[in-house]
Design a protein around this ligand. Structure first.
Ligand code: ACO
Length: 403
């Protein structure tokens, strides 16, 4: 990771969001469609949760990696940032493509972010704000210059589509932001992270981990699906959203009156309205878009951020609060001074250049896989020679691309 050898000692550093992007699967599933699958009604879903529709990844080729990669590419385009310069990629997800390798590493490969460290972060719906906190700490301490934070979920693959308690609530999608170091005051002002594992059983996927490995019996019992005590989560959420928001404001030396916009985790409209009422925040300072997406877990806040920007709800120097809660139980909040000027025009040729670099990344990845296969079939001496030749070639391509 660039800059990891020494701390920057000259002046304070701030972490600013400079790019943002979202990605959604093609298929919209309406409440009316769910009425055909389980014993529910459009009216129940709207009044109890606020949700009208959600996006579902019906194409088996779509997963947390493909959605996360698309969101990341969109964020890099907005920031007009060359992926070859990226230092770190944090991928928050509760529906990773695999237990390992990490979804973050696979996105790093798809982007061709060859200098970046990459890993997954697991804090359920709070994960995106957890990742912002970590990215901020890495930037402010001088360890890195740029961090891509991605929230990506395909929870539809963990849902029991015959369980009306859960299947009506969730949706798939991804959102991403790029954070960059800057001497300009602002950006991430404070972060609050919390956890109470005693509530782990309130929202969980019981099987598939090391405490309950997948067996024929766990599958037959549907233990690989999301289980939720909705009422208990509801009570926890309405309390913790208020507390976490107040704490983030305190830490940033701000009051409710200073807040221009809150982007809460989009789980349930009633949770959001109840918490914001307790905080005395008027409706026009709260962004809600769960009507169209359902609960996309860790992706909900970055997707909402993108929409808030598209709708002109965020302006330079606005004070933004992002606050989430989720399985764990976990919670997280951040206060941000939005210092990005309005939409910038990125030249078309630079977007094309970035797209070409993604094609190159695909070729590079395939070549590396192929070279490993060839290496395995050679004697150790032959392998050493070939490995050296390929390493030189790849290094040559990388240099050409970076120039
Ligand atoms: N359609 C019709 N009826 C339903 C449905 C449905 N889809 N789902 C549940 N019901 C029934 C239940 O069976 C129950 O019936 P019963 O009383 O006869 O047993 C009844 O509706 C429950 O109704 P309420 O108690 O009024 O439901 P509530 O107001 O608690 O709303 C809900 C339920 C929407 C699940 C709410 O509790 C909630 O949103 N909780 C928080 C969930 C959440 O945010 N989870 C995500 C956390 S983030 C993360 O980490 C993924």
């Amino acid at each position: 990771m660039a800059g990891s050898n020494g701390l920057h000692t000259l002046g304070r550093r701030y972490a600013h969001i400079t790019g943002w992007g979202k990605a959604l699967p093609d298929r919209i599933v309406t409440n009316q469609e769910l009425e055909q699958i389980v014993d529910t009604s459009d009216e129940w879903i709207r009044t109890r949760s606020g949700i009208h529709q959600r996006y579902i990844a019906v194409d088996p080729r779509e997963n947390a990696v493909t959605l996360g990669t698309r969101a990341a590419m969109a964020a890099l385009d907005v920031a007009d940032f060359p992926v070859s310069k990226l230092d770190l990629l944090i991928c928050s997800t509760s529906s990773p493509a695999h237990l390992f390798p990490s979804t973050g590493s696979l996105i790093q490969d798809a982007l061709g972010a060859t200098r970046a460290g990459a890993f997954d972060l697991s804090a359920a719906c709070s994960g995106f704000v957890y990742a912002i906190s970590l990215a901020n700490a890495m930037i402010v301490s001088g360890q890195v210059e740029s961090v891509l934070v991605i929230g990506t979920e395909v929870l539809s693959r963990l849902i029991d589509w015959s369980d009306r308690n859960t299947c009506v609530l969730f949706g798939d999608g991804a959102g991403a932001v790029l954070l960059q170091a800057s001497p300009v005051p602002g950006g991430v002002l404070s972060t609050v992270l919390g956890s109470d594992g005693s509530g782990g059983d309130l929202l969980s996927v019981p099987a598939g981990g090391t405490s309950m490995p997948t067996t024929l019996e766990t599958v037959a019992a549907g233990q690989h699906f999301i289980k939720m005590d909705g009422k208990a989560v509801f009570r926890f959420a309405t309390r913790i959203m208020v507390e976490a928001t107040r704490e983030a404001l305190d830490k940033a030396s701000m009051s409710i009156a200073d807040v221009n916009l809150v982007i809460p985790h989009q789980a349930n409209e009633r949770i959001i309205r109840s918490s914001m009422k307790q905080l005395d925040l008027p409706d026009d300072k709260v962004f809600i878009n769960l009507y169209n997406y359902g609960n996309t877990s860790t992706a909900s806040i970055p997707i909402a951020l993108c929409e808030a920007i598209e709708q002109g709800r965020l302006h330079s120097n606005d004070n933004l609060i992002m606050v989430g809660f989720g399985a764990g139980l976990t919670w997280a909040a951040t206060a941000i001074k939005w210092a990005v000027p309005g939409a910038r025009e990125v030249p078309r040729w630079r977007v094309s250049q970035r797209q070409a670099s993604y094609s190159l990344a695909r070729v590079r990845s395939r070549l590396l896989r192929y070279s490993r296969q060839v290496e395995n079939s050679l004697t150790s001496e032959e392998g050493d020679v070939l490995g050296e030749v390929l390493a030189q070639r790849i290094e040559g391509w990388r240099k050409t691309r970076d120039e």
